[in-house]
Design a protein. Structure first.
Lengths: 268, 264
């Protein structure tokens, strides 16, 4: 009963969820949820840029994400004597770039353009070439993640301790942010700009009460992410609901179920 | 200034300003092999800044830090604040400080035993007490088999009896391993018994010397017997100590301080 496009959607979703899981765990550990949102909001600007210049939209998203990521990693961005806290600055950057993106797409008069596709994702329209992109990108992210897992974990636990112990913390933070930008660009296809962060943090948060080690949490987050994609697509196919939000809803249901189960187990 | 081979680390004429406020002016410190050096001083005296500069976490506005080549540093930060969302137990935390596969399970357990907290080996790191945490941090620093141990307020959040135990432990570690120790403390009384050399810092170096000699001085003893008020008067006592018999404690005169220091 599974149509071809549904299988492609499932494959695409699982590719993204598999890498979003462990990467999202770091987002949770490093308290960077808002950072992820900012990256994804800025992605619309990348799409507009991609369409305006005629290059691939995913490439445009990557590019803008990288610029935003670099901008936020620059030392002057988080100045010691800044009068504004980081979340305020992130909020300004997130919504500023979203607004700029929305204005920019308004200039795309002669391009056939459906804003909803980008805001909420269009996983059912994933093509074979999209799949190559997703699996290629996903594999790249996975390899980088495996190599930097240990130093990144060490610097997440205590940055200065890691520096003294000889970990090139700045480099790893930059690579991490760039990889995050890449995953945001990939995940956008699945759940859309507005819901990208959820695919990063909800599966990781779901995995937390069931994990005793960082690795367990990363792998379980992948599993919960894939289950959410499957559940969301199933719901979408059966009840004709929009697929992106359905996937996030499935993730939310899993999160609540595990949380309920964990608190029940604790109280017994 | 002669650079003795046994000197592990030396900071010279460190100046540091934060947002227009001078934190350190001509700060000096030196640690030799097998020596315990303690930086004391009131809040905002620049103790932690000095240590951060010596660790290379911050670069000073002026001044230099000379390290012995290939110096292995074990650092024990003031505190550890790990997000509760990170599932990690003590043994795993210890392994993070080392190159992959460098320390087997047994080695980590035995270092935990050395610092007296093997019972927390499998506890989540967020669930252990303040005193246990300090010892775990010490264990992590020791696992690197350091030449120099840098401890920023090692007894923070530890009860009084635990504090003297911890200082005794640090001393024991120095005796066993022969490593140099640089400590930050504002607890003058406790630290006296566990240190070879004290540097009083209050933006500049107020005074420095052997605690044993210093503590024989009647006025010094009087100062220490009187709690917090005494803790502050020590930073204004420079002139009392200029006349110390062995001249171990001196005042703002940096040159004199250095000369003395190098004779130690």
């Amino acid at each position: 009963m599974f149509d071809d496009f549904l299988i492609r959607a499932l494959l695409a979703g699982c590719a993204v969820a598999a890498v979003a899981g462990p990467l999202g765990a770091f987002v949770v550990w490093r308290r960077m949820a808002y950072f992820g949102s900012t990256l994804s909001h800025a992605a619309l600007l990348g799409i507009a840029l991609g369409l305006l210049t005629g290059i691939n939209t995913m490439l445009g998203v990557m590019l803008v994400s990288l610029i935003v990521a670099l901008l936020m990693s620059l030392p002057h961005w988080r100045h010691k004597n800044d009068l504004l806290s980081e979340d305020t600055l992130l909020g300004i950057l997130a919504h500023g770039s979203l607004a700029l993106g929305l204005v920019a797409v308004a200039f795309l008069e002669d391009v056939r353009f459906d804003l909803n596709v980008f805001l909420f994702g269009d996983i059912l329209a994933v093509t074979r070439s999209d799949l190559y992109w997703l699996y290629g990108g996903g594999a790249g992210v996975a390899i980088i993640l495996i190599f930097m897992w240990r130093p990144l974990l060490s610097s997440t636990v205590h940055e200065e301790l890691s520096i003294v112990e000889g970990v090139p913390v700045q480099t790893f933070r930059l690579v991490y942010v760039l990889v995050l930008a890449g995953v945001v660009a990939l995940a956008m296809k699945v759940v859309g700009i507005l819901l990208v962060t959820s695919l990063l943090i909800i599966p990781a948060a779901t995995a937390r009460p069931l994990s005793c080690t960082p690795e367990q949490m990363g792998i379980l987050a992948s599993v919960f992410g894939c289950l959410s994609v499957a559940g969301g697509l199933w719901g979408s196919a059966n009840y004709n609901t929009p697929s992106g939000p359905s996937i996030v809803l499935a993730a939310l249901v899993l999160f609540l179920a595990v949380r309920l189960f964990a608190s029940f187990k604790r109280s017994v | 200034m002669s650079q003795l081979p046994s000197v592990l680390i030396q900071a010279n004429a460190i100046d540091m300003t934060f947002g227009g406020r001078q934190v350190l002016s001509h700060g000096e410190a030196k640690v030799a092999e097998g020596e315990i050096v303690t930086l004391i001083g009131p809040n905002g005296a620049g103790k932690t800044t000095m240590v951060r500069i010596m660790l290379g976490l911050q670069s000073p506005d002026k001044g230099t830090v000379i390290r012995r080549p290939n110096l292995r540093v074990g650092y024990m930060p003031q505190s550890l604040n790990i997000d509760p969302s990170l599932p990690i137990d003590v043994l795993r935390f210890l392994s993070l400080g080392l190159a992959r596969g460098d320390a087997g399970h047994d080695l980590r357990s035995s270092v935990l035993e050395d610092v007296g907290v093997c019972h927390v080996a499998n506890s989540p790191i967020q669930k252990i007490s303040g005193g246990e945490m300090q010892r775990v941090l010490l264990a992590r620093a020791l696992l690197r088999n350091p030449d120099l141990l840098v401890l920023d307020e090692p007894v923070q959040g530890v009860d009084v009896s635990g504090q003297s135990e911890l200082y005794a432990l640090i001393r024991k570690i120095r005796d066993h391993r022969g490593c140099g120790v640089l400590m930050v403390s504002h607890d003058l009384h406790m630290v006296m018994a566990a240190t070879d050399y004290v540097i009083c810092l209050n933006q500049h170096v107020c005074c420095a010397g052997h605690p044993e000699t210093v503590s024989r001085h009647p006025e010094f003893v009087a100062l220490f017997g009187e709690g917090v008020a005494a803790e502050f008067s020590i930073y204004q006592h420079d002139h009392d100590h200029e006349h110390d018999v062995r001249g171990n404690v001196i005042t703002h005169d940096q040159k004199k301080y250095l000369n003395e220091y190098n004779n130690v």
